[in-house]
Design a protein around this ligand. Structure first.
Ligand SMILES: Nc1ncnc2c1ncn2[C@@H]1O[C@H](COP(=O)(O)OP(=O)(O)OP(=O)(O)O)[C@@H](O)[C@H]1O
Ligand SMILES: [Mg+2]
Length: 375
C-alpha cells in the first residue's frame, strides 16, 4: 500500500501532526462546545475529523461518533435521509439501539433497503407535509440524544444547507439542536464566506453558537519530518533539499503534497533526488491536463488570461493595481474585480482574507503550476 494517502484516512502513522487542532476538538467536545471547522478544499478537514474520531475511540469509550457529508443533498428531506442512514449504519438493526431506531422509523412508513454492493442502508421516507419532515428531523436527533453515551456528530460540507429550498432550515436545525443535551456537533465546510455567514451573521440562527477552528497548512518542519520518516521507513533515501522542493512546489497544500509524494513513492526508485521529484511533478501535471483544458473551454478569454496572470505571479495582493493590470492586459480595475469574482465563484481562484490584506491565488495548486509552465 502506498503510505502517502490521496484520499480518506488510514491510521495515525500515516497522518501528520494536527495536534493543536485535536486538542481543541477534544476540549470542545468535553466542554459542551460545538465547533465550526473551516479550511480551503483539500487542506485536510475530513482527514482531521477521521483522525479525531480515532483518538476519541481510543480515549473515550463512552462516546459514539457519527459522520456524514451533505455535499450531495438538495433539501431537508435529503438531509433527513442522510442522517437516518448514518444512524442505521452506526447502530445496525441487530443492536438494541438499532432495533429501537427501526421501531421509531416504522412510524414514518420508510422503505429500508441495503445496497447490494456496499451493504449500506438505504432509507426512503415519504412525507405528507413539510411539517412532517421537520418533525422527523427533530425525532431522529432526539432519539440519538436518548442514547446512554455522549454522541459527536460531524456534518461535512455544512454550507450546503443554505442551498435548500426550505428557507427556515437554519432556524429549524438550530432550534432542534438547542434542545439536545447529549450531542456535540462539528460543522465542516470549505466555502469560507458561506460558513462565516451562517455562524457570524447576527441575523442568522446559528450566530455565535460555535467555536471556529480554521485549519491551516501543516507546519513546515513537521511536514518535512513526516515525509522523510515515511520514505526512510520504506527504504528510500531522500535529503532535506529534496523535501524542501516538494513542499515549496506543492505550496504545502496537503492534498497536493500528498499527491506528489504518492507519485514519487510509486516510481519505486529508492534514491530520491530533485530530478525524481521533478519527474513526479511532470507526471502529475500530465495526468491532470485534460481537466485543465476543460477549464479553458468553460472560460472566456478574459477569464483565462486573468488566471494565467494570477498563476504567473503565484499570488496577487492588489488585483486592481496599475502594475498588475497593465502587465497582463486586464483592462480596468472594474474588469479585474468582476473577473476575480466570477473565478472565485467557480472555485478557480482562492481569495484569502488576511489581517491586513487580501490574497488571490489559483485554487488548485497543480493547475497553478501547469499554467506557469505552459504560458
Ligand atoms: N494531516 C495529514 N497528514 C497526511 N495526510 C493528510 C492529512 N490531512 C489530510 N491528508 C490527506 O490529504 C488529502 C486531502 O485531505 P481531506 O480530504 O481531508 O481534505 P478536505 O479539507 O476534507 O477536502 P475537501 O474540502 O475537498 O473535502 C487526503 O488524501 C488526506 O488523506
Ligand atoms: Mg472533505
Amino acid at each position: 500500500m502506498n503510505p502517502f494517502l490521496v484520499k480518506g484516512y488510514y491510521s495515525k502513522e500515516l497522518f501528520c501532526d494536527r495536534e493543536e487542532e485535536i486538542k481543541m476538538l477534544l476540549r470542545n467536545v468535553s466542554n459542551g462546545i460545538d465547533t465550526t471547522l473551516i479550511s480551503p478544499r483539500r487542506m485536510g478537514k475530513t482527514g482531521l475529523i477521521m483522525h479525531f474520531f480515532e483518538q476519541l475511540k481510543e480515549t473515550e469509550s463512552n462516546t459514539d461518533i457519527l459522520y456524514f457529508d451533505i455535499f450531495a443533498t438538495r433539501s431537508l428531506s435529503d438531509f433527513v435521509k442522510c442522517l437516518a442512514e448514518t444512524i442505521l449504519k452506526k447502530f445496525p438493526e441487530k443492536t438494541n439501539f438499532g432495533k429501537k431506531f427501526i421501531s421509531i422509523l416504522k412510524g414514518l412508513r420508510p422503505l429500508i433497503g441495503y445496497d447490494t454492493i456496499s451493504g449500506e442502508p438505504q432509507i426512503q421516507i415519504s412525507y405528507h407535509s413539510n411539517q412532517e419532515k421537520e418533525h422527523t428531523l427533530q425525532s431522529l436527533l432526539q432519539f440519538l440524544d436518548s442514547h446512554k453515551n455522549q454522541i459527536v456528530i460531524a456534518i461535512d460540507e455544512f454550507q450546503q444547507i443554505t442551498q435548500y429550498p426550505e428557507e427556515n432550515m437554519e432556524a429549524l436545525l438550530r432550534t432542534v439542536i438547542q434542545q439536545l443535551k447529549n450531542i456535540r456537533f462539528i460543522f465542516c465546510g470549505s466555502k469560507k464566506s458561506m460558513m462565516l455567514n451562517i455562524f457570524s451573521n447576527t441575523k442568522r440562527p446559528f450566530f455565535a453558537s460555535t467555536q471556529y477552528l480554521n485549519l491551516d497548512k501543516i507546519e513546515k518542519t513537521k511536514y518535512a519530518k513526516f515525509i522523510v520518516n515515511i520514505f526512510t521507513d520504506h527504504g528510500f533515501t531522500i535529503n532535506e533539499d529534496t523535501v524542501e522542493f516538494i513542499l515549496t512546489w506543492t505550496k504545502r497544500h496537503t492534498f497536493y503534497t500528498q499527491s506528489i509524494c504518492n507519485m514519487i513513492y510509486s516510481f519505486d526508485e529508492k534514491n530520491t533526488n530533485i530530478d525524481t521529484v521533478k519527474e513526479a511533478c511532470y507526471e502529475v501535471l500530465k495526468q491532470n491536463e485534460p481537466v485543465f483544458l476543460q477549464y479553458r473551454q468553460m472560460l472566456t478569454p478574459a477569464q483565462w488570461n486573468f488566471l494565467i496572470a494570477i498563476a504567473k505571479e503565484d499570488e496577487v495582493k492588489q488585483i486592481t493595481s496599475q502594475k498588475f493590470i497593465a502587465s497582463y492586459n486586464i483592462g480596468t480595475p472594474a474588469n479585474a474585480r468582476r473577473i476575480a469574482k466570477s473565478l472565485e465563484e467557480k472555485e478557480l481562484i482562492l481569495v484569502s482574507q488576511e489581517k491586513h490584506q487580501t490574497i488571490y491565488q489559483v485554487y488548485d495548486v497543480f493547475f497553478s503550476r501547469w499554467l506557469q509552465h505552459e504560458y
